[in-house]
Structure formats: C-alpha cells, structure tokens
Ligand binder design. Structure first.
Ligand code: TNX
Length: 526
C-alpha cells in the first residue's frame, strides 16, 4: 500500500519518550495572511498587527442565534484541546474583544455563503449574512491560527493571528466532493472524518455513491434485502456493510452542522447488480444474478419494460428523500451499456418526475442529457474531453452542469505511475493538472452561467481505509475546492503551490495521510 513518510520538521513539537514536547514559536511564525486555501476574494494584511488568543479570550456569538452558537462551539472545542484555554462561548452581538461570530453588519456583497473577517490587535470579528457564511469564515480563521491549533493534544502557545481584513464569498454555489461507499464500505465515523476534512476547504456538498454493482449501502425498509443481502459484498471480496436509516440520518446531521449537504446517489439503470441480486423479481428473466465483487462496469441494468422497476425506484427514492433535507437526489445514469439507448431514455424520463414529486431535483451523471432533462435536473460532467455536444445542447436549453472532468477532478486517478493506489483510465493527475483548468470556461458551450459548480469524485475500487481516502484526496481536493470557491482572477499556479504547501504541516498535526507531491512547494525543510 502506498504510504507517505511524513515530513519530519514541520511539527512544532517533538516526541521524547512518548511525550509530546511543545516547541514554541516555530509554527507560530509560519502562518501568513496570504496562505489561506481557497484563496479569498480579497485579503488585505495589516502590517505589524497581531491578535493573540489567550486564556482570557471569549468566543462571542450573535445573540439569539443557536446556529451561531453551535458554530462557536465547533470553533472553540478543538482550540480548547490544543491551547488548554477555557474559551467560553457567550451570546453577544456587539462585543469589543475576543473572537466574534456575528450575523450583523456583513456587506451584502458576501451573500449567504460569504463572510467578512477582521483581525485587529484587540479582536477577531467574523460577520456574515447567514450561518453558512460564519462557518466559512471560521474555516479561514482556523488556517490563520498556528498549525499547532489543529493538534489533538495540548500544545504551548503563543497563539498569534495575523492582522488584516478579508471579504470573501464563493464563485460557485456547489462545491462538492463524492465518496464511493459502494465499491468499498466506509463507516459513519470514516465518512464524518472526511466531512471534517472537506469542510475545512469550504466544500459544501458531499455526494455519497450509495449503490453499485458491488454493494447496496443504505437500508430501505420496503426492500430490506437490498442492504442485508446486496450490502454484504465489496470489491475483492472485502467486507461489505450498509448504513441503517439512523446511520444515514446521523451522517446528514453531522454534515449539516458543518454546512455540508448530503447528495445521496442511487445509481441506475446500470450499476445495479447488487439490487438485481437481492430481488429476482426485478430481473427481466426473473432470475437473480450472483453478487459481484469485481471491478467491471456496464454489465447490469434494471428491467426498463417491467412496471415493478418503477415501484421499486419510487419506494427507494421516497425513503431516501424522507431522510434527506438537501435539494438533490442523484440518480446516477452513467455507463448504462447494457441498456438500449431507447430504454435508457425511457427510464431516465420516468424516474425524473419521481424525484421531483418528492420535492427534490434530480442530479445525474452527464449521460442523462441523452434522455430529456427536466428543467431542474443537474448534469454532472465526468468526461475527459473539453467538448461534448449533447452536454452543450442541454446547457443551451437551461440544464445546469456540475463539473467533474475525470482527467482533472477524479481523485481516484493516480498522481503518478509510481503510486500503488488508484486507477489510470482518465490519466495521471498531479496537482498541476488538478488545478490548471477553469470550470466556467472548460467545456465548449458550457459557460460560467451554466455551471452550478465543481465536484471531486473519489471512487474506491482500490481504496479500503481512511488513510487511503486521504492519500488520494490530499493535496488534490483543496485544488478542486479552490476552483469552486475562488474567483478565477486569483488563479495562479505558483502562488497556489505555496499556499497549498502551507497546509501540509496542518495535515500532519491532524493525522491526515497526504501525498507529498513534488509539485507542491512544501515549507522549507518539511
Ligand atoms: C467510471 S465516472 C465510473 C465509475 C468508476 C470510475 C472509476 C462514472 C460516472 N462511472 O463507475 O468507479 O470510472 O474511476
């Protein structure tokens, strides 16, 4: 298994006889106002100005806002661990000291997801128009604190934050990551760990690929065998697993508290062997296939002429919709090579209204544009070319597109031939390739206004552990996250490699297993 030797000198602590010995100052000087990922819209450092977090610091949150209070607690909890300070969270809408998370006084310009952050010698003030913006501002603040603030053990200060002024808001509304929990199953705790990691980079959607040929991963009460039988397998004969509905709801709630919306995917009509194996009556020939643990694609299809297929799909979508507060249900639709083109269109056109009847919009891999997309349907582009006439025609007709070009944004592609994890079918993707494209000006005929956002999918045929996930996601996920958040005017590969490098010591203290790409400018000596 590919593993990284962590940089040795980036930590502001050394282990002596098993005890972490804090080494002050080193990390405290490392953070600069210009090292935030994703790059803010505008950021102005105040030379010579520093705020110091101390044992007297209070976290103030907008009075009357339980959301602001909850964000304050999410900020304070890990800081208490690292600093040892009490850091009480107190309601106060007009404080004059401490760290303030306020829902008043933000510029209208930052919208509902953006924020304004001011660091003076006496206070840190984050102002937003809505809680999502406060949460985003807190993620920026975390990156302005010394690296050791992210440690999970007590560290020695000081805790300086560089002074300055940031006004920041996203370029695209949808900034996603996808985790394939079907090829390999990942526990609730593992998914939550990934949510924490993506939220740090202002990713606000997590698409969960909940079903595929190799496994069905969510309990459906009306079709119980899907999970109990269809969930029992994984690629390579590895252990399967599934989320109970309570598990899924726990993931949804954990994500929501971090301003991440879950997009559940039931992939169909292809990629359905686990379902077809679980219920013989769903098969056109009435015979259930064996369960499948290989990695081929395109061999399975729901039975399009069969009426029971739509009862099944409707009940599955109904149960998932009831557990999903987010606006999208992803219906897959990719690689349906065992479904005729006519059947494919029939199927997608029958399923889209089932989704909208539950008050949701359908998302689908961009293959769905070969059916007739409803106005609310979102197409997720996963191609490897920069032109696709069918997607362009759909976009011209109003279909919104999420950009996940496989040769840029697929986190399961290898960085280089040398690494063991991952695949190569869409090419090798190191940081340059992941970063060097413009989502709003990439696919012919799909301009900025047709692009809802970007998503970095992580398919898990070759991945089994959280360490595997992290090795593929870091450092590329922050590159895709930056393309989704930052104005293209900030796009600069050289500067990005330095900002990205500054994240390395943070990942190290957080225990994130990242790939030490030679394309990144890691801090000197790391
Ligand atoms: C293609 S991309 C797939 C998945 C695989 C992935 C591996 C897409 C919509 N389908 O079934 O897991 O390649 O990279």
């Amino acid at each position: 298994m590919a593993r990284l030797t962590a940089p040795l000198c980036v930590l502001a602590s050394v282990v002596i006889m098993g005890i972490v010995q804090p080494q002050p100052a080193a990390a405290a000087t490392a953070v600069t106002f210009g090292s935030v990922v994703p790059a803010p819209v505008s950021s102005t450092p105040s030379a010579g100005v520093t705020y110091s977090l101390t044992s007297a610091t209070t976290v103030y949150t907008e009075a009357g806002s339980s959301a602001a209070a909850a964000i304050g607690s999410l900020l304070a909890a890990p800081l208490r661990t690292a600093t040892g300070y009490a850091l009480p969270v107190v309601a106060n809408s007009a404080p004059t000291d401490g760290v303030a998370l306020l829902l008043n006084g933000a510029p209208a310009q930052v919208g509902t997801q953006g924020y304004q952050l001011d660091v003076t010698s006496s206070a840190i003030t984050i102002r937003a128009n809505a809680p999502a913006g406060l949460f985003a501002g807190v993620q920026t603040l975390r990156q302005l604190l010394p690296v050791t603030a992210d440690a999970t053990t007590l560290q020695t200060g000081p805790w300086p934050v560089p002074g300055g002024h940031i006004v920041d808001y996203p370029r695209f509304a949808y900034r996603g990551a996808m985790l394939d929990v079907a090829r390999h199953f990942f526990s609730v705790a593992q998914v939550e760990r990934y949510i924490d990691q993506i939220a740090l980079y202002k990713v606000n959607y997590l698409h969960l690929h909940l079903s595929d040929d190799q496994g069905w991963r969510i309990a459906i009460n009306s079709w119980p065998n899907l999970a109990t039988y269809g969930g029992g397998t994984a690629v390579g004969g590895d252990p399967g697993g599934y989320y109970t509905q309570a598990d899924y709801s726990a993931i949804v709630a954990y994500a929501a508290a971090r301003y991440v919306t879950i997009v559940p995917e039931i992939d169909m009509p292809g990629h359905t062997n686990a379902a077809l194996a679980s219920y013989a009556q769903l098969n056109c020939n009435g015979v259930a296939p064996n369960r499948y643990t290989g990695t081929n694609v395109g061999f399975s299809s729901l039975c399009v002429p069969l009426e029971l297929t739509y009862t099944f799909v409707n009940q599955v979508l109904g149960e998932i919709a009831a557990l999903t507060p987010g606006p999208y249900l992803h219906i897959g639709g990719d690689e349906a090579s065992s479904t005729t083109a006519a059947d494919y269109a029939t199927f997608i056109n029958r399923v889209q209204p089932l989704v909208t009847a539950y008050g949701k919009a359908a998302m689908g891999w961009h293959d769905v544009v070969h059916a007739t997309p409803l106005p609310s349907t979102v197409a997720q582009f996963w191609g490897t070319t920069t032109s696709d006439s069918a997607v362009a025609a759909a976009a011209a007709n109003g279909t919104k597109v999420v950009m996940s070009p496989a040769n840029r944004a697929y986190l399961d592609m290898k960085y280089s031939r040398k690494i063991k994890l991952g695949q190569t079918w869409a090419g090798l993707i190191d940081v340059d390739t992941a970063y060097s494209w413009d989502p709003g000006n990439y696919l012919a005929g799909v301009g900025e206004s047709a692009v809802l956002g970007v998503e970095a999918p992580l398919w898990t045929e070759t991945l089994r552990t959280s360490a595997d996930i992290e090795y593929m996601a870091f450092p590329r996920l922050p590159a895709i996250a930056e393309l989704g958040w930052s104005p293209y005017a900030t796009h600069n590969l050289t500067a990005f490699k330095t900002r990205l490098g500054a994240q390395g010591p943070r990942w190290h203290v957080m225990g994130v297993n990242y790939y030490h790409s030679t394309q990144v400018t890691w801090p000197t000596g790391s």
